[in-house]
Design a protein around this ligand. Structure first.
Ligand code: HXC
Ligand code: NAP
Length: 291
């Protein structure tokens, strides 16, 4: 067991009652971060921890009421500013208008976190053509749309940092996840391609591939009621905390990672090395597709 005390996480989209700093609290002082899907789950916690390090944020997703409610909580807990915006990352025009809004409000963007995603459990045989396309559109195309718009409107001239949130699904070809695994693998490739093309503009692009994270929609959808069983198969014998993924995003966005670009950091407690991946058995025990 680690002797370092960890944070007490919160299951729902609420701020931490107390946050134990790993880094200097001023690490992101005066910066502005744009976080897609920042109204819930891991994205919400990334927004909170960035703000606790002195950063203002803009969070955007499809449900405006949800992001507005989250922005209020984030501002109250951290004393920093959070702009709530509605966007569907699949739609280039909407994402361009949203980036314009962020720039109008804050006059700059220093950090982009591509966190928005969609997922569910389904085997390839029963996955509809549209279901596969939908996940690719939200995850992969959404990440490209947002990165391209932020680059064109700000990073090209001013530099900046991109953090892409992906997953380890494709490392072993996880059962029932061909849609999300393919989408996230393509994002990891994009991380490298864009790092090569945009390095000369002072843009660093890195990724984080989390394992199962407690208190998230992702875990609820993928593990169903089996979170305890999942835990026992992970070398570190526990799920990730949202704040642990957020701390990694702080690291990659900060000067502590000043010479890092084109990399993906895995934060999964060793899960992908040992995770159970028997297709026929998982098909029996995991939730049936809703189609
Ligand atoms: C099979 C499904 C399905 C399911 C939807 N579809 N849910 N197929 N099983 N459970 C199919 C639909 O039938 C439809 O195909 C197509 O997908 C599009 O569905 P819509 O509902 O029209 O799409 P949309 O409204 O855009 O919603 C996208 C969504 C939804 C992905 C389906 O769940 C969503 O918005 N999710 C966002 C939140 C989320 O998923 N968070 C978890 C991220 S976790 P047809 O053919 O009928 O038209 C994550 C974890 C990664 O990514 C790794 C963990 C280790
Ligand atoms: P989550 O709370 O459902 O986060 C996904 C967010 O994306 C939501 O806020 C959602 O908001 C937004 N979103 C979905 N479709 C969108 C669209 N078309 N346009 C704009 N925003 C959209 O789930 P999470 O579990 O925290 O996942 C966050 C990230 O971590 C994802 O990239 C996921 O793949 C990754 N991840 C999660 C886990 C895990 O165990 N949870 C593991 C590995 C990787 P709206 O519905 O309002 O649009």
């Amino acid at each position: 067991m680690s002797a370092i005390p960890r944070n007490t996480e919160v299951e729902l989209d609420e701020c931490l009652s107390h946050y134990k700093y790993v880094f200097n609290p001023n690490l992101l002082q005066g910066q502005v971060a744009f976080i897609t899907g920042g109204g819930s789950g891991i994205g919400f916690r990334i927004a909170e921890i960035f703000m606790r390090h002195g950063c203002d944020t803009a969070i955007a997703s499809r449900r405006l009421e949800k992001v507005k409610e989250s922005a209020k909580k984030l501002e109250k807990a951290t004393g920093k500013r959070c702009l709530a915006l509605a966007v569907d990352v699949r739609k280039p025009k909407e994402i361009e208008e949203t980036v314009d809004e962020v720039l109008k409000h804050y006059k700059k963007i220093d950090i982009l976190v591509n966190n928005a995603a969609g997922n569910f459990i389904c085997d390839a045989e029963n996955l509809s053509y549209n279901a596969f396309k939908t996940v690719i559109e939200i995850d992969t195309i959404g990440t490209f749309n947002t990165s391209k718009a932020v680059f064109a409107k700000w990073f090209k001239q001013n530099g900046g940092n991109i953090v892409n949130i992906t997953a380890t699904l494709a490392y072993k070809g996880d059962a029932l996840q061909v849609h999300a695994g393919s989408a996230k693998a393509a994002i990891d490739a994009m991380t490298k391609h864009l790092a090569v093309e945009w390095g000369g503009n002072g843009v660093r692009i890195n990724g984080i591939a989390p394992g199962p994270v407690e208190g998230t929609e992702g875990l609820r959808k993928l593990a169903g009621g089996m979170a305890d069983q999942v835990k026992t198969g992970i070398p570190l014998q526990r799920l990730a905390q949202k704040c642990e993924i957020a701390d990694m995003a702080v690291f990659l966005s900060s000067n502590a990672a000043a010479y890092m670009t084109g990399t993906v950091l895995v934060a999964d407690g060793g899960n992908w090395l040992t995770s159970f991946n028997n297709f026929n058995m998982l098909k029996q025990v995991l939730p049936k597709p809703k189609i």
